[in-house]
Each structure stands twice: as structure tokens, then as C-alpha cells.
Write a protein that binds this ligand. Structure first.
Ligand code: NAD
Ligand code: UDP
Length: 309
């Protein structure tokens, strides 16, 4: 297939480009590099199966030739990034998603939307199933991201119902691994870089809030299973192993032999208390399950950061 990957130079996008090229697809990576980098795809540049187009998907851009699928991963994703880029985040979730849906419609291609567990907000249902409508503050600190993704999902379903565009909507839960930016502010990259520098790990709040962390290879395998299926979603792809931030800090300090401990910092407003995917649907309809547990994934991620820092 010839596949447009918007946001293909980001953390998840670059791993997705790797996996697509590896299995024999042709990739057109479209990225503005607002949070991604050329370095993430530098190893692919010489491949005949890979094209790189620098463009903001909110602006006019065109992809010539046949397109079989459009995969939309373009959006700031780290809270630090979307706090810094609130209007750009709303633009890419609305105008950018619309432009990519138009590309899929006119090319007769399927459309894959990278949505997020953030559509569930600060969830009152636990673990989160796809049926749960969420608990989002529409004007809160995270609203630019949560509402942009909720709008993207609504727009994607509107194109499906109105124009018959074949769609795939994935709700991604916290994913980590090599090529996360060291300074992107997410908890895994923060903890590992702090630990490798022998500094105390910064726990926001009391550290009792939970997240469920999926290793990037598992997440990308889930994307491909969904892309290749007839399932339109939305479908949760994440690892249901749930940890408090204190537990995560203990594991990172142990794996890095960091003796500096932890320090507490204020909890950002609207920080979700708990998050864990119910992946029953992914298991049943895609035959997908994650395989890499947190310790094994952290070891690989620590090795990556140790080599780049
Ligand atoms: P990332 O910031 O590393 O990658 C996003 C990419 O999109 C970057 O390369 C960036 O330059 C590009 N981009 C942003 N706005 C653009 C625009 N207007 N035009 C063209 N390119 C643009 O983030 P990531 O972690 O790789 O996330 C990828 C996608 O997955 C995002 O849509 C994110 O919302 C979603 N997601 C990620 C996670 C996670 O844990 N990593 C969780 C839930 C959802
Ligand atoms: N967090 C933390 N220390 C950090 C960075 C984040 O305790 O240095 C917390 C953050 O408050 C949140 C959790 O870790 O409760 C996950 O944060 P992240 O930004 O990785 O992802 P998200 O909040 O989007 O799930």
C-alpha cells in the first residue's frame, strides 16, 4: 500500500513509518517538525519506499499519485507541548484532520485517526471501555488537546457517515520507548533522564495517580492490526498494567541504580487521577495483546536514553 503518515517524524509516527516500510508498504511522511524531528526518520531517507514532505497539515498541501491509506498522527501529544501550543493543537485536531480526511475521501483511501485515552478525561469509569463517554472539562487546562481529539473523532465519523470514507479510530493510552524526546516533559522521559543524571525524580502531587504504560512496539503492532482489519473503532490500544507514579519512580530508580530518590512538585490542574484501558475489544476483534511488560520496556528505553544523553 502507499500510505500517508501525518506526524510521521514524531515519536510514534517514526516507529510506524519503520514498521510500514519494513513490511513492504510505501510511506509518504508529512510533518511540520513542530514537535518531531528529521533525526527520527533520518535512517529512512535513503529508502525508495519512503518520501518526506515538510508541511503543516493545517495549510494547503498535496500528495500526488495513488494513496491507499491516510494515517493521522499529527498533533502535539505531550502535555508540555500542548500547553505551549494550545491554538496549534486545536487547529491540527480540526482543520488539519479535515484536510487529511479530504485527502482520504478524494483518493478513495482509508483513514486512520490516532485518538487518545484523554477523550475519557478524568475518568469516573475504571478501567475505561470504548462505550464510556468520558469526563472532560471543556475549558480546563487540557481542553485544547482533549476537545481537539474529541472533535477529530466526531469529524472522522461524520466523514464515514456522510461520504462513506472507511475509517479506523484508535484510542492510544500512554506509550513510551526509544525516540521519546528527552525534554518533552512526559513522565517516562522525565524520570529516566533525571535518574541517568543522578537527580531525584519529580513526582507531581502525592504520586498516587495512575497510568498504564504501553511499550511502543506493542502499540505499533496494534495500529497495524487495526489498519488491516475491518473494524472502524474507536478501539483502545494500550497495556492494562496500571501503576502509580510512585511505583513507576521506584522501578526507574531501581533499574538505573539511582539513589537520589524523589521530590514532590505541584500537581498540574485537571491531571487525571487514574487511567487504565479495558482492551477486551482489541483482544477479541483484532487478536491483539501487548507483550512487553513495564520493566522490560523500561530497560530498553533506559538503554536508548543512556546512548543519546
Ligand atoms: P510527537 O509530538 O512525538 O509526534 C507528533 C508529530 O506530529 C510530530 O512529528 C509533529 O511535528 C507533528 N505535527 C504536529 N502538528 C503538525 C501539523 N500541524 N502538521 C504536520 N505535522 C504536525 O507525539 P507522539 O507521542 O508521537 O504522538 C503521535 C500521535 O499519537 C498524536 O496524535 C498523539 O495525540 C497520539 N497519542 C500519543 C500518545 C503517547 O503516549 N505517545 C498517547 C495518546 C495519543
Ligand atoms: N508526572 C510526574 N512527574 C513528571 C512528569 C509527569 O509525576 O516529571 C505525572 C503527571 O502529573 C501525570 C503522569 O505523571 O499524572 C503522566 O504524565 P504524562 O505527562 O507522561 O502523561 P499524561 O498526563 O498525558 O497521561
Amino acid at each position: 500500500m502507499r500510505i500517508v503518515v501525518a506526524g510521521g517524524a514524531g515519536f510514534l509516527g517514526s516507529h510506524l513509518c519503520d514498521a510500514l516500510v519494513e513490511r513492504g508498504d510505501h510511506v509518504v511522511c508529512v510533518d511540520s517538525f513542530v514537535t518531531g524531528s528529521r533525526a527520527n526518520v533520518a535512517h529512512l531517507i535513503r529508502s525508495e519506499a519512503f518520501e518526506l514532505l515538510e508541511a503543516d497539515v493545517c495549510d494547503g498541501f498535496s500528495v500526488d499519485g495513488e494513496v491507499d491509506a491516510v494515517m493521522n498522527l499529527a498533533s502535539p501529544a505531550s502535555p508540555t507541548d500542548y500547553f505551549r501550543l494550545p491554538i496549534e493543537t486545536l487547529d491540527v485536531g480540526s482543520v488539519g484532520t479535515r484536510n487529511l480526511l479530504e485527502l482520504a475521501r478524494t483518493a478513495d483511501a482509508r483513514f486512520f485517526m490516532a485518538s487518545t485515552s484523554e477523550v475519557y478525561g478524568d475518568p469516573t469509569v475504571h478501567p475505561q471501555t470504548e462505550e464510556y463517554w468520558g469526563h472532560v472539562n471543556p475549558i480546563g487546562a487540557r481542553s485544547m488537546y482533549d476537545e481537539a481529539k474529541r472533535f477529530s473523532e466526531a469529524l472522522t465519523f461524520a466523514y464515514h457517515r456522510t461520504h462513506g470514507v472507511p475509517i479506523r479510530v484508535v484510542r492510544i493510552f500512554n506509550t513510551y520507548g526509544p525516540r521519546m524526546q528527552a525534554d518533552d516533559g512526559r513522565v517516562v522521559s522525565n524520570f529516566i533522564t533525571q535518574a541517568l543524571r543522578g537527580e531525584p525524580l519529580t513526582i507531581y502531587g502525592d504520586g498516587s495517580q495512575t497510568r498504564s504504560f504501553c511499550y511502543v512496539d506493542d502499540e505499533i503492532a496494534g495500529f497495524l492490526a487495526l489498519l488491516d482489519s475491518d473494524e472502524i473503532g474507536p478501539i483502545n490500544i494500550g497495556n492494562p498494567g496500571e501503576f502509580t507514579m510512585l511505583e513507576l519512580a521506584d522501578i526507574v530508580n531501581e533499574l538505573t541504580a539511582n539513589t537520589a530518590g524523589v521530590v514532590h512538585r505541584p500537581l498540574p490542574s485537571d491531571d487525571p487521577r487514574q487511567r487504565c484501558p479495558d482492551i477486551t475489544r482489541a483482544v477479541e476483534v483484532l487478536g491483539w495483546t501487548p507483550h512487553v511488560d513495564l520493566r522490560a520496556g523500561l530497560e530498553r528505553t533506559i538503554a536508548h536514553f543512556a546512548s543519546v544523553l
